[in-house]
Design a protein around this ligand. Structure first.
Ligand SMILES: [Zn+2]
Length: 491
């Protein structure tokens, strides 16, 4: 999708059209500021406006973010630019800090994506109107701005959390951009004290509609005892990042079209990673309107979408955890898989230290791959072949920690996963969908999918006929699958 023409953009701006929020940004020459299309400020004159497809594009052109409409909290799209999966993948990696810090480079990023550096720059320019470096810089600035605005973290911690190498660098960048020190951007009273004990609350936007009930129901049915709890409309889980342990709580803020993410974690450097994982788990980057529109061309799916507008495809919190779930789920029910996962956690997970326990049901972290790979016995009542598969997955992750990162095409990802002994087509597709976030993945042999398809498509579905039907749903077969599963579950 390319930027609409200037007249269309200007109409969106004049009418403060929320449908364009996150898709276009306007740089105003007379003020040097860039805004979201929904900015409450008086609309600038047509001749002073330049439109951009990303905040980074506006920022690279020399504009600074507006303090009123706050571009840092615009909904962010991981995959709406469906025309370039390379760009989507690059954005995901940049979001994880691939271009932060001294050792990083665009060249290394391009290599991870399997493209040349020049090609990557060209794709960024074409799809985002900005260079990869500008995108990374803008992310840091905007995340820092959100932390300044919404928390009372000290500036040194804001700088660290946002991925600036030093406080000095952070101050320089902000003074350059806003012509004043970062601390002056802070609101006078931040309501809550924010630290690792009382938690940091961040709001993360999505593009409506969002079927929160379906998401929560999905997570609740699969919640791993000891690691996850769904209660009173809140999803809670333990997290372990770089050896540190904490917990997070996520709730829906429908009026703000956001999720409220409360993070209890000892180091602020983990904040971007945590927010990123939340985005992935809750599928916040989806341009659901475009996806639903595409799938609705099939009238049988259109009926499902009308019933569940904004149904998302949940991601996995962690690649290894998700892969283990997939293996435990081979040939057994969701409930049985969940029970096995709970046993695995009790046997091999790390126990939360007393002072980190915030909920009686959150007692362990999910076991690390290293632990499972080196365990003399796993201790689960399962067929030996499946225990061997579990070990093989753990071993593969130990050997290649980037196993679940997107690189290359979806076919390559599936082939890579299938080299693990015991991982067949179904398991590979399932992992690709939820862990690697290949939104065209489609585990066509899934029993639930076949049942859902039979019900909805009115044909007695075989794997072959279903895969044939699914050709028309590309490149978003994962969302079609989610609708079929939902249809099956309500049968
Ligand atoms: Zn504005």
């Amino acid at each position: 999708m390319e930027l609409p023409d200037k007249a269309t953009c200007y109409r969106a701006l004049s009418s403060r059209d929320a449908r364009f929020d996150g898709l276009i940004y306007v740089g105003v020459r007379s003020t040097g500021i860039y805004c979201r299309p929904i900015c409450p400020a008086r609309t600038a004159k047509y001749e002073n406006c330049t439109f951009y497809g990303s905040a980074a594009g506006a920022q690279e052109a020399g504009y600074r973010p507006c303090l009123r409409c706050r571009p840092e909290i615009a909904p962010e799209f991981a995959s709406w630019r469906g025309t370039s999966s390379t760009v989507s993948r690059a954005l995901a990696l940049i979001g994880e800090g691939a271009l932060d810090g001294d050792g990083s480079s665009v060249e290394a990023l391009a290599e991870r994506l399997g493209v040349g550096e020049r090609q990557l720059r060209r794709l960024f320019l074409q799809h985002l109107g900005a260079s990869p470096i500008a995108v990374a810089q803008t992310r840091r600035v905007l995340f820092a701005k959100q932390l300044i605005h919404d928390t009372d973290l000290p500036m040194t911690e804001v700088a660290l959390a946002a991925g600036f190498g030093s406080l000095r660098r952070f101050n320089e960048v902000f003074k350059d951009l806003f012509h004043r020190p970062p601390s002056t951007l802070r609101r006078k009273s931040v309501v809550d004290r924010t630290d690792a004990v009382s938690g940091i609350l961040l709001r993360v936007r999505y593009r409506p509609p969002y079927d929160w009930d379906a998401m929560l129901w999905f997570l609740e049915a699969r919640a791993i005892p000891g690691v996850e709890v769904v209660e009173d409309g809140v999803y809670r889980r333990t997290v372990e990042i770089d050896g540190e342990i904490g917990t997070i709580e996520i709730q829906h803020l429908p009026q703000r079209q956001s999720l409220g993410v409360t993070i209890y974690f000892p180091t602020v450097q983990a904040l971007p990673a945590i927010v990123n994982r939340v985005r992935r788990l809750f599928d916040l980057g989806a341009d659901i309107e475009t996806i639903d529109e595409h799938l609705s061309r099939d009238e049988r799916l259109a009926a499902l979408i009308a019933q569940r507008p904004g149904l998302r495809a949940p991601g996995g919190w962690d690649g290894f955890e998700l892969a283990v779930r997939a293996v435990l789920g081979q040939q057994v029910s969701v409930a049985a898989a969940r029970k096995l996962a709970g046993q695995l956690v009790a046997l091999h997970g790390r126990t939360l230290p007393k002072e980190r326990i915030r909920h009686a049901g959150l007692t362990h972290t999910f076991p690390a791959a290293k632990r499972i790979a080196s365990a003399s016995a796993i201790g689960l009542g399962m067929p030996k072949t499946r225990l061997d598969t579990l070990k093989a997955v753990a071993q593969a992750v130990v050997e290649n920690p980037n196993l679940f990162r997107a690189s290359g095409t979806i076919e390559e990802a599936i082939a890579r996963l299938r080299t693990i002994p015991g991982v067949g087509e179904w398991t590979a597709q399932y992992i690709a969908l939820r862990a690697i976030r290949e939104m065209d993945a489609f585990p066509g042999s899934d029993i639930g999918l076949l049942r859902g398809a039979e019900k909805v498509l009115g044909v007695s579905a075989t794997v072959k006929t279903l895969l044939n039907e699914a050709e028309a749903w590309r490149p978003w077969r994962a969302y079609a699958a989610q609708h079929l599963w939902a249809a099956d579950a309500t049968a």
